[in-house]
Design a protein. Structure first.
Length: 362
């Protein structure tokens, strides 16, 4: 339907009003367009869903992808589930050519993870010593399109437990380097120590955040630091701990404890006013296309209200990433549902219409 103006009508969320919109190319208009083709009439309409922690540069099993086609195939799995904007939170394979690809969701990209030497997933991160972190952050900021990803902590096999990737001054310097490069920084953190340092240093976002304390949550709320909890990822901690039990029992116990308390951590963050967004950590061991399942976890496990969950996975997350929603001049990305997702979040698994960049996907 390229080049054809499209008309959609339905209950627009979050406004909760029956409205008509016209999609002219890649933009939204509220002005009628004669001859527009009606492609949706009735039901409930959301701005396209968001997976704010996704990796289309990592293949199933954890190896880096090796081609643009692989990236497109993984992105299509998300797109066909209604995810029309992705923040790739670290990719070992560069794919800037896909930023404007009509078949690919909107992309907010980090470069490679900046990681400690021999303390991260093999072949995924750019592994550097403390003295090289700031320069690596600047280089990876240039490789992305607005984000850079730092590995804040990981298992230290000598200590037998999670530990910060580098010293506190290096972590704080990494945040400064990102901001001096004009990008936002996010961090992988599971444990307690590094996340506290990074939040107080002014990092823009925390991924996972299982080690967050009440004090650090309050600081995040004060600063407006975002949290992407990736509850889908945290559900895998049981298996991680089981594999590590014999060789690293302290680490295994720590991971179990972090997993057990995590729903309460997310609940506390929501109650404190921390901006929370939907992210699955798809890529490697987690299948793409699970944003709806992550939204259900936020509601059922962390007690997040349905409307807040929808904001976290749709219009709020899009605004945060810089992808305007269904407003005049906004981007022509939307998902239609036959039933009201506010009353039944499970309907998010069953989009009746998906439109990306003004083109009907289904």
């Amino acid at each position: 339907m390229a080049g054809v103006a499209l008309r959609v009508r339905g209950v627009m969320l979050p406004d909760d009003e029956v409205r008509e919109l016209w999609l002219v190319g890649d933009r939204v208009s509220t002005e009628p367009v004669p001859g527009a083709e009606t492609v949706l009439d009735g039901g409930f309409i959301l701005p396209g869903l968001v997976d704010a922690h996704c990796h289309i540069g990592i293949a199933a099993g954890g190896a880096p992808i090796t081609s643009l086609e692989q990236a497109k195939e993984l992105a299509a799995m998300d797109r066909d589930a209604g995810v029309l904007a992705i923040r790739d939170a670290g990719s070992p394979y560069p794919y800037p050519q896909l930023d404007d690809d009509p078949d690919v969701p909107r992309l907010a990209r980090a470069g490679r993870h900046v990681a400690p030497i021999k303390r991260y997933l093999r072949d995924i991160g750019l592994e550097v010593a403390a003295g090289e972190v700031a320069a690596a952050v600047a280089a990876q900021a240039a490789a992305g399109n607005g984000w850079v990803k730092l590995v804040g902590d990981w298992i230290d096999r000598d200590a037998g437990d999670l530990a910060p990737a580098w010293d506190a001054d290096t972590l704080a310097g990494a945040v400064r380097a990102a901001h001096e490069a004009g990008v936002r920084m996010t961090t992988h953190t599971f444990a307690e120590e590094a996340v506290a340092v990074l939040v107080r240093a002014g990092i823009d976002c925390v991924e996972h955040g299982t080690g967050l304390s009440v004090d650090v949550i309050d600081e995040m709320a004060r600063r407006g630091t975002a949290l992407v909890p990736t509850m889908t990822n945290v559900a895998t901690f049981t298996g991680i701990a089981a594999k590590a039990q014999e060789k690293f029992p302290t680490y295994a116990a720590h991971m179990r404890a972090l997993q057990e308390r995590f729903p309460a951590v997310v609940r506390a963050a929501v109650e404190a006013g921390v901006p929370v967004y939907v992210g699955t950590d798809a890529g490697g061991g987690i299948t793409h296309g699970l944003a709806a399942e992550e939204m259900l976890r936020l509601h059922e496990q962390a007690g997040m209200a349905a409307l807040d969950v929808l904001a976290a996975g749709s219009w709020g997350a899009r605004r945060w990433l810089g992808f305007p929603g269904l407003e005049p001049g906004g981007l022509a990305d939307l998902v239609g549902y036959d039933r009201d997702p506010r009353a039944e979040l499970g309907v998010l698994r069953e989009p009746s219409r998906i439109i990306l960049r003004g083109r009907v996907i289904r």
